[in-house]
Design a protein around this ligand. Structure first.
Ligand SMILES: Cc1ncc(COP(=O)(O)O)c(C=O)c1O
Length: 374
């Protein structure tokens, strides 16, 4: 083992930069005492909506809640089919199962990891054959790389599907100079600490331009409330974002654009150094990734992991099992032809350390370790 092990994501470096400001912001909340739905919650929602270029950002308790809230607000439930890429974090399908609807797994594209829209027509036909109503498609901006939102929109409109963008990893990215958050009928994101914009616990938000949807989301977030808190017009959740987390996010949002630039520089440096020995990730033309992860593809993953480990370089496998092969989800249908790309990616992907405070010296150490084995 060489020098000390690098962190995979260095939250302490950001803390050293923003810690004083965040402590002041938190103590402000402690002083006013409005821990639930305090003024910082409305303030962060306004800032987030402006950042994404949409009319509404409804904050909530996690990215998973954001996905569930959107489906609940659209009254998706038993008998409904929701089309999801198999290669994603489990919450992308879990939210569908939680509302009693049926997730149908589609495959993904091998270079950009996003939904293979070409499969949507046959998936819709297969869902109908099973007696399901096709209702929603959930593209995922996996690893921060924006999905092919224009292709998704075209295919979804052919089948009258609602689009829920799972941007848990993608918030901060853009496509044709439009920020992620504006592409679906609704977009869900996560503020889990390791996400590009993370808080100090769990948090999330739903973005939408639809005023009526925004109203329903606000209701779903607090027990399906109607005109007041003891008037309940629908089934809902307790899914509010804590005021303290909103205060943290307000501070972090001020440096977010700069951090995104730093991630972009690191990704470019990785790609320049590794592009010839491994398959490197690339955003599609016109797209800018949020670089939640920098995920390479390698033939002999075990060898690369071992070389990195010996050099004190942590790596992660996102994700070792595609969702259609997960025990809890094996009973759900797949697109005709199955998901062979997802199966293959699960064996080949490897995520390298990525955060905005990664020094060039550490980047070089990571690059050298990968090159040694790839
Ligand atoms: C693609 C994707 N969707 C949804 C989620 C769920 O977000 P959370 O952990 O905030 O519930 C995550 C979190 O990792 C994710 O990566």
């Amino acid at each position: 083992m060489s020098e000390t092990c690098l962190p995979f994501i260095d939250l302490q470096a950001q803390q050293a930069r923003l810690g004083d400001r965040i402590e002041v912001a938190i103590s402000r909340v402690l002083k006013h005492g409005q821990y639930v739905m305090g003024p910082e919650v409305a303030a962060i929602e306004k800032e987030l909506a402006a950042f994404a270029g949409v009319r509404h950002a409804i904050s909530c308790a996690s990215g998973t809640d954001a996905l569930v809230m959107a489906l609940m607000a659209w009254e998706i439930g038993p008998g409904d089919a929701v089309f999801v890429p198999s290669f994603s974090f489990i919450a992308t399908a879990e939210c569908v199962a939680l509302v009693g609807a049926t997730p149908m797994f589609l495959d993904v594209l091998p270079g950009t990891f996003d939904l293979d829209v070409a499969g949507l027509d046959s998936a819709v036909a297969a869902a109908k054959k099973l007696g399901l109503r096709p209702r929603v498609v959930i593209p995922v901006d996996l690893f921060g790389l924006p999905a092919d939102h224009l292709a998704v929109a075209a295919a979804a409109s052919r089948h009258d599907l609602l689009i829920l963008d799972d941007a848990a990893q993608g918030f901060g990215g853009s496509l044709d100079n439009r920020r992620v958050g504006c592409f679906g009928h609704a977009t869900a994101t996560s503020f889990f600490p390791a996400k590009p914009l993370g808080c100090y616990g769990d948090g999330g938000a739903v973005f939408t331009d639809d005023d009526d949807m925004a109203e329903r989301l606000v209701s779903v977030r607090v027990h399906g409330q109607g005109c007041d808190k003891y008037n309940n017009v629908r089934i809902g959740l307790n899914a509010r974002l804590d005021t303290i987390q909103a205060a943290v996010l307000l501070e972090k949002l001020t440096v977010f654009p700069e951090e995104l630039e730093a991630r972009q520089r690191i990704a470019e440096r990785y790609t320049a150094a590794l592009g010839r020995c491994v398959e490197t990730p690339a955003a599609r033309p016109g797209a800018r990734s949020a670089w939640a992860q920098y995920t390479i593809q390698v033939e002999d993953r075990e060898a690369v992991v071992a070389a990195c480990k010996a050099a004190g370089v942590p790596t992660q496998i996102y994700y070792p099992i595609p969702m259609h092969a997960q025990t809890g989800y094996a009973g759900y249908p797949q697109v005709p032809g199955g998901c062979p790309v997802s199966d293959r990616l699960a064996k080949r992907v490897l995520s390298l350390p990525m955060h905005p405070y990664l020094s060039e010296t550490d980047q070089d150490r990571i690059i050298a370790a990968v090159r040694l084995a790839a």
